[in-house]
Each structure stands twice: as C-alpha cells, then as structure tokens.
Design a protein around this ligand. Structure first.
Ligand code: 13P
Length: 249
C-alpha cells in the first residue's frame, strides 16, 4: 500500500512573515491527519521560517530547485547541502516552469536529481507534456523521454528514494484539471517505465503525484484512483483552508 502524499508548491509566493502566518492557521487544521505525508515547498528565503513553523508537526519542508554541484562560482545558485542545512528533507526537480522559463533539459534534471539524492534529499521529479504534445498524441513519447533522460541512469536504490510528479503543463494554473482517468493513464504508463527501467517491485512502490489545478473539490475524485498516490498543488496550497481541505480529502 502506497502512503498518500500531498505537496504544496508555493512557487514565487509568500514572504517569511506570510509563511509563519500560513503555518499558524494551517497546522491546527491538519492536526488529525495521520495517514498522509504533507510537504510544503516555500521560496528559498522562507525555508528556515517554514522549518521553524513546522517543527514538531510532521510536515516536511521542500525547496523548489537546486544546483547540481556541491559548491562553486555560480552566482545566485543554491546547492543540495545548503538545502539540507536549512532543515529541508526534499526538493522539487525539473518543474515544467523550470523547463519552460529556465531552459532545464532532461540531462540537467538528471544531474540535479543525483545531487539531491547524494545529499539525502527526496527529489520530487516532475514530468509532463505540453498541450500541443497531448493534441499531437505525443504524450507517451514525451513522458518516456523525460523519465529515461532524468531517471534512467539512477540505481534502483536511488530510484526507490524519489517521488514522481506527473504535471500535464496544459493543466497548470489554467483551472483545467486532467480527469482522474487521464491522470491515471499517464501514471500507469510511468509505472510501466519504472518496471522496464528498474523492476516490477520498484514500479509498484514508487509514489506518483498528480499536479495541475488540484483543488478541494477535485482532490477526492483524483485520490479515489489507485494509480494516483498524491498531489502536487500550486495555487490552492497558498491558502491554509484550501490546502488543509486537500490534505484532509
Ligand atoms: P496549480 O495547482 O496552480 O495548477 O499548479 C500546479 C503546479 O505547478 C504544482 O507544482
């Protein structure tokens, strides 16, 4: 049985003060939730405030990006070790916004995933097709390229420590959620890639999150599907009530 995981990706929203206010309101609302792993990914500047606020709650804090090297002359960049030192236990890697606006390739996503794993972080590795790829019937081809490019060269032990997120780009921030059937079909395909590249055991163990316009009113339908192990939530994770409603699906 795969344990559900609900993660909030705050993107470039919330100051440190707003982060503290979020946790003050959110923590009591999820206090009774023992069956779900909860992850919150604030911007870098608010990580330590989030770690302090989440202390003792069981909520894990994630960064949204990292550099693939341990240290160096890379102005503006943050390493896996620095993220660990901030008190984080995971990091989002290869989000479609990083791929789209910051030219991240599958090869770079691979290096970042390796760096996160080497530092003991859980990488939340994102894959997903854009609208023209879906309409051109290229979804499986794109998912295979992204999966194998980013993860194919991992060891089975490394693969067992990742979370995978399927985020169809056409569903992000658009209010257009993939139906549970569309998401489940992609998840099943990704699980097949995990079986082919690693083993049937790894494939049945890996947790695959769906992301793209997840809201309190569609989470139950998504989570009812046995292929969908959780959600990576953008906009609806910014408000404590709506994110708590999703966690408490
Ligand atoms: P929205 O939930 O705002 O569509 O964002 C999804 C996402 O990109 C999470 O990483």
């Amino acid at each position: 049985m795969r344990r559900p995981v609900i993660a909030g990706n705050w993107k470039m929203y919330k100051t440190r003060a707003e982060t503290r206010a979020f946790f003050a309101a959110f923590t009591p609302l999820i206090a009774a939730s023992n069956d779900v792993d909860i992850i919150v990914a604030p911007p870098f500047t608010a990580l330590s405030a989030a770690v302090e606020s989440a202390h003792g709650t069981g909520i894990a804090i994630a960064a949204q990006n990292l550099h693939g090297l341990r240290e160096g002359a890379f102005t503006g960049e943050i390493s896996a070790g620095m993220i660990v030192e901030s008190g984080c236990s995971s990091v989002i890697v290869g989000h479609s916004e990083r791929r789209q606006y910051f030219a991240e390739t599958d090869e770079l996503v691979h290096r970042k995933t390796k760096a996160a794993l080497a530092a003991g972080l859980t990488p939340i590795v994102c894959v997903g097709e854009i609208l023209s790829e879906r309409e051109g019937n290229l979804t499986k081809q794109v998912l295979k390229r992204q999966f194998e490019g980013a993860l194919g060269a991992l060891t089975p032990e490394e693969f067992s420590r990742i979370l995978l997120a399927y985020e169809p780009v056409w569903a992000i921030g658009t209010g257009r959620t993939a139906t549970p059937e569309i998401a489940a079909e992609a998840h099943q395909y990704l699980r097949g890639l995990a079986a082919a590249n690693f083993s049937p055991e790894e494939a049945s163990a890996v947790r695959i999150l769906y992301g793209g316009s997840v809201k309190p009113d569609n989470i139950s339908g998504l989570m009812a599907h046995d292929q969908i192990d959780g959600a990576l939530v953008g906009g609806a994770s910014l408000d404590p009530e709506s994110f708590a409603a999703i966690v408490n699906f």
